[in-house]
Design a protein around this ligand. Structure first.
Ligand code: GLY
Length: 414
């Protein structure tokens, strides 16, 4: 089969790595890809035009496409491929609204009785500011639209909340803001495959969204992940029954058959798991920690999703733990420094995988080309060993002034 992976980050490098292991694959392509993906796939230059890519896939006879990032999904890449009779793993534009509009997602959760924080949505700044005065802090202010994981402010002071509202609602393209109550508890990610009827939850994982140790510093796209996250017995079942099942069935009842990955970002509160956000794709870096543990052929799973026969397959897992440490460029997330040299060891240390993200190949070798640059994944018999290996993998990389957290997985270890 000819397979195409869409995207250019660490998540997509991990997808290529896993897909390349499938005996079904005869040719692997990536659009636009990155230097790490180029070692596994033929990279197709692509500027983000979904219709162009769908035409290219048709002319090339691509049998299956897997989409990594949210932006093309929200733009309707799945619809463009399906309109040409092409198989694509990823939800349609309407289904991807669960991520494309947080205001829509919150409304949906309310209608379907899915546990989530109380909220109000505003497009008028004065109304939003008045609401803030009324509810006070701590409070969470979210950009309703796509913001690469950086559109959330957890405000402990009113001034900070006001500023976040103004940042989102001022400017020429006035958006929408979601203001929601602050929830407490550990955060966990549950990803699930679904064909719109059957739901297969994958191993739970935990991201680390703040830039610095101790969950301090600015929000980022994610600085590291562990998998599996040790959920208490019964919690995954509860997530499936109270969150994923109502979502998938509720969307279907509204005429939307969701096919792809659902990302449930959850807070484990005293009253049970509550949804912080839904996303329409694999998490990044959760995917990099998750896929090395997946035993089942990802191509078989993706085909089962796309063809509506996921009931035939149950994913199986390697009985191991995994940890991913993200190495970012200095200046991330505001102004990451590009062009800094980066050298990977000729052979990764034992139990280590490197998934590239914001890298570029220059005549001198690899250089930084984005915020999150490299994902270092350690695999071990348990989380402690996985973390030791991930950090040994970090030590083996030459990358001056790299920004990374030294406490990934520490809370879960305790
Ligand atoms: N790691 C957070 C996300 O993928 O949205």
């Amino acid at each position: 089969m000819k397979i195409l992976v869409v995207g250019s980050g660490g998540r997509e490098h991990a997808l290529c790595w896993k897909v390349a292991q499938s005996p079904r694959v005869t040719q692997l392509y990536a659009a636009p890809g990155n230097p790490g993906m180029a070692e596994l796939a033929e990279c197709i230059p692509w500027d983000g035009d979904v219709a162009w890519l769908a035409d290219w896939a048709l002319s090339e006879g691509i049998d299956l496409t897997l989409v990594g990032p949210e932006a093309p999904l929200v733009e309707g890449i799945a619809d463009a491929f399906q309109a040409r009779g092409l198989r694509i793993f990823g939800p349609t534009q309407k289904a991807a609204m669960i991520e494309g509009s947080k205001a829509y997602a919150k409304g949906l959760m309310q209608r379907l009785g899915i546990p989530t924080a109380r909220h109000r949505s505003f497009s008028d700044p004065l109304e939003a500011l008045a609401y803030l005065e009324q509810v006070g802090v701590p409070i969470v202010v979210k950009d309703s639209g796509l913001a690469a994981g950086k559109g959330v402010t957890v405000a402990t002071e009113l001034q900070q909340a006001r500023q976040a509202v103004l940042n989102i609602l001022s400017g020429p393209e006035r958006g929408e803001v979601v203001i929601e109550s602050y929830l407490e508890g550990p955060e966990v990610t549950v990803l699930a495959l679904t064909d719109g009827v059957t739901i297969r939850p994958l191993l739970p994982s935990q991201d680390h969204k703040r830039l610095l140790d101790g969950d301090t510093g600015p929000m980022t796209g994610g600085m590291g992940a562990i998998c599996p996250y040790p959920l208490a017995p019964g919690v995954l079942k509860e997530v499936e029954e109270r969150i994923l099942r109502p979502l998938v069935d509720g969307l279907r009842a509204e005429g939307i058959v969701y096919r792809g990955v659902v990302y449930a970002g959850l807070m484990l509160t005293d009253e049970g798991p509550m949804v912080l956000e839904f996303n329409a794709r694999f998490g990044d870096p959760e995917c990099q920690a998750l896929l090395p543990l997946l035993e089942t052929d990802l191509v078989e799973l993706a085909l089962a999703v796309v063809e509506g026969r996921l009931h035939e397959l149950e994913p199986t897992w390697r009985p191991m733990a995994s940890a991913c440490v993200v190495m970012a460029a200095p200046g991330y997330p505001d102004a990451p420094h590009k062009g800094l040299p980066l050298r990977l060891p000729p052979r990764p240390p034992q139990g280590v995988l490197y998934f590239q993200a914001g890298t570029r190949r220059s005549p001198q070798g690899l250089v930084t080309h984005g915020g999150r640059v490299l994902n270092v994944v350690g695999l071990g018999q348990d989380l402690k060993e996985a973390l030791q290996r991930a950090y040994a993998g970090v030590e083996a990389v030459e990358f001056e002034h790299a920004v990374f957290r030294r406490d990934i997985g520490r809370k879960a270890l305790w």
